[in-house]
Design a protein around this ligand. Sequence first.
Ligand code: AMP
Ligand code: GLY
Length: 419
Amino acid sequence: MKLLVVGSGGREHAIAKKLLESKSVEKVFVAPGNSGMLADGLELVNINISEHSSLIAFAQKEEIAWTFVGPDDALAAGLVDDFEAAGLLAFGPRKNAAELEWSKDFAKSIMTKYGVPTAGYETFSDFEAAKAYIEAKGAPIVVKADGLALGKGVVVAETVEEAVAAAHDMLLDNKFGDSGARVVIEEFLTGEEFSLFAFVNGEDFYLMPTAQDHKRAFDNDKGPNTGGMGAYAPVPHLPASAVARSVAEIIRPILKGMVAEGRPYLGVLYAGLILTADGPKVIEFNARFGDPETQIILPRLTSDFAAGITDLLAGKVPTFTWLERGVTLGVVVASEGYPLNYEKGVRLPAKTSGEIETYYAGAALNAKQELVSNGGRVYMLVTTQETVSQAQKVIYQQLEQQNTTGMFYRTDIGNKANK
Ligand code: AMP
Ligand code: GLY
């Protein structure tokens, strides 16, 4: 069969590459993809993720068996609903289920309704009321734009002044446009953060290995928040009881709640969790795979990926099995200046082979047909080894040999696991 993956980042590279390994798959198209994917035999389709009717026409013309939708904005824009309306299969939540990600207020209210543990909160559209709430609660406190804001709509404020300024930016200065027309203000939680992903159909779910992302730009969790600078899976120091509690107290009740609300969930559910003294709590839900987590989770899948998704889409019980040994770790190389303004057009090192996989995100071909940087996060090196420190050694030795002029990477990915 032929498949289509929608999106262009490292996440979509990893999804598409893994799908192409499946026995029953002859071709994987990626729309729009990036030129770094070509070396893995993937086919790029020059259609933007917002052009729903062109994507549908392409899927019909190529007789695509089903489409895997990667990015949050495509899901929030109802791409899956539009595919379904055209009689096509797409893997990802419908718009009303993806609301778990595209409205933080919706996510908080459904968590409250179904007893899913999360930070205490209130939602505001009036600045004066938000300010009064912040002053009453005190700092530290967290201010979040309600809608999608490319991971930038969250301010963890150390002081009341900083929190009030964030609410001002969002509610009065419209810094995040419509996304910030409402803000969720919530209690600051402390504990270790980790992510739990599952393939979901309604109330049925199939858990993936635990993962830990590194969201800040620089070493020791300094600098601005980014989409993620590196990750590893599974998280070896996470107690099994934390995962068991997360499943019982978070994953099961939220999926049950979504079905009860008439918004059955189909797709990948991403729970961003924090292990507090009171047990695991939800920081956020995402309605999709994570980037860079996908690039370190999917290499651990030992069953046939396309067969698993095909079964889920058909309402059958799928088989997903995972590598039990070792750890998979990856480090992102980003353009200098990311997540703010950054350079483009830097020539990239050759793709790795053997025990190190390269996944491309912001990569393009220049006029001489050379692969150059073309985005914030550019590429990611990933390896699977027995331990975190062995994986770090393999990746960092390779990075030292590569010419990363004009780009940067964190040198401490995975260090929390070594403590
Ligand atoms: P998000 O975009 O919701 O993942 O938030 C970005 C980061 O802000 C998270 O990874 C956390 O480190 C931090 N954060 C968000 N909400 C809270 C909270 N209630 N308490 C403490 N940290 C938080
Ligand atoms: N790695 C964070 C995200 O995908 O949202």
